[in-house]
Design a protein around this ligand. Structure first.
Ligand SMILES: [Zn+2]
Ligand SMILES: [Zn+2]
Length: 244
C-alpha cells in the first residue's frame, strides 16, 4: 500500500458506501462483506437465452415462455443479482446503492457498485471481442445525469481484457420512462431509439453489451438489433441486476 493512500485513508476514514461501517486504514474497498452478501441472487434455474426465471423446473424446457414465444435478438443475457423495482427491498444493499447513485455524480458510489461484480462475472474473454455500454437512458429514474452502464462496462472490459467501445452505439432519440409500460409497449417505445455510428468498428465482432439493470430486455434487444444490422456477428448482454 502506498503512503499516499495511507494518508488519504487517515484524513478520510474509509466507510462502506452502503452501511457506512468504518473500514480499517488500509482499506481499498468501498463495500463491506456484510453488504456484499446481502445482494439477492436470481432464482434458479434460469432461461438459457435471456437469463430470466424458468416457470417450471419439471418441464425439461430450457427457455422461458417469453423466449419461446418471441426469442430475443441477442444470443444470451445474464445478470448477477435480483433487483426489485419497489421499495420493499430497501434492506438489499445493491438496489439502495443504485438508487442513491442516481442523485449525484459521486464516482465513489460508481466504484462501489462495480465491487458487487465480485468474482461472479458470467462471461469470459472468449465470449466477446468488444464491450459496449447501453447509452444513457435519460428517462430512467436511477441514473439521470450519469451513465452507470459506461462505468460498469469499463470495469467489465478491464477484467476481460477486451476493448471498451464508447460512442459507437448511440441513443438517437429520447424514449422517456419505461417503468409503467408493459412488455409490448416497452418494445415499441425503444424501437428506433439507437443507432450505430462507425459500423466498421462492430462489423464481424462479438459484442458484450453492458447495462446496470435489465427489466424486460426490450432495450438490450433493440441495441442488439441495431448492432447486428451494422454487421456485428453476435451480441450477448450482461447486466449487474435484473428486475423480477
Ligand atoms: Zn456495509
Ligand atoms: Zn428467456
Amino acid at each position: 500500500m502506498s503512503l499516499a493512500l495511507h494518508i488519504l485513508n487517515f484524513l478520510y476514514p474509509p466507510r462502506c458506501a452502503v452501511c457506512e461501517t468504518n473500514f480499517g486504514l488500509d482499506a481499498r474497498r468501498r463495500v463491506c462483506d456484510r453488504c456484499l452478501s446481502r445482494m439477492e441472487a436470481l432464482p434458479t434455474p434460469v432461461c438459457e437465452r435471456c437469463g430470466g426465471p424458468l416457470e417450471s423446473i419439471r418441464t425439461k424446457e430450457v427457455r422461458c415462455a417469453h423466449c419461446l414465444k418471441s426469442p430475443p435478438v441477442f444470443a444470451r443475457a445474464r445478470a448477477v443479482a435480483r433487483y426489485r423495482p419497489s421499495d420493499e427491498d430497501e434492506r438489499q444493499s445493491l438496489p439502495s446503492l443504485i438508487r442513491r447513485h442516481k442523485y449525484g455524480l459521486d464516482q465513489a458510489l460508481g466504484r462501489a457498485i462495480t465491487e458487487f461484480l465480485g468474482p461472479r462475472l458470467p462471461f469470459t474473454a472468449d465470449d466477446c471481442d468488444l464491450v459496449i455500454p447501453v447509452p444513457l437512458h435519460r428517462g430512467r429514474l436511477w441514473w439521470r445525469g450519469f451513465n452507470q452502464a459506461a462505468l460498469l462496462a469499463a470495469e467489465v472490459a478491464r477484467r476481460l481484457e477486451r476493448p471498451l467501445e464508447l460512442g459507437t452505439l448511440v441513443r438517437s432519440r429520447a424514449t422517456g420512462s419505461q417503468t409503467s409500460r408493459s412488455r409490448d409497449e416497452r418494445r415499441r417505445n425503444v424501437r428506433g431509439a439507437f443507432a450505430v455510428r462507425r459500423p466498421h468498428r462492430v462489423a464481424n465482432r462479438r459484442i458484450l453489451l453492458v447495462d446496470d439493470v435489465m427489466t424486460t430486455g426490450a432495450t438490450a434487444d433493440e441495441c442488439a438489433r441495431v448492432l447486428l444490422a451494422a454487421g456485428a456477428s453476435r451480441v450477448e448482454v450482461f447486466t449487474l441486476a435484473r428486475v423480477l
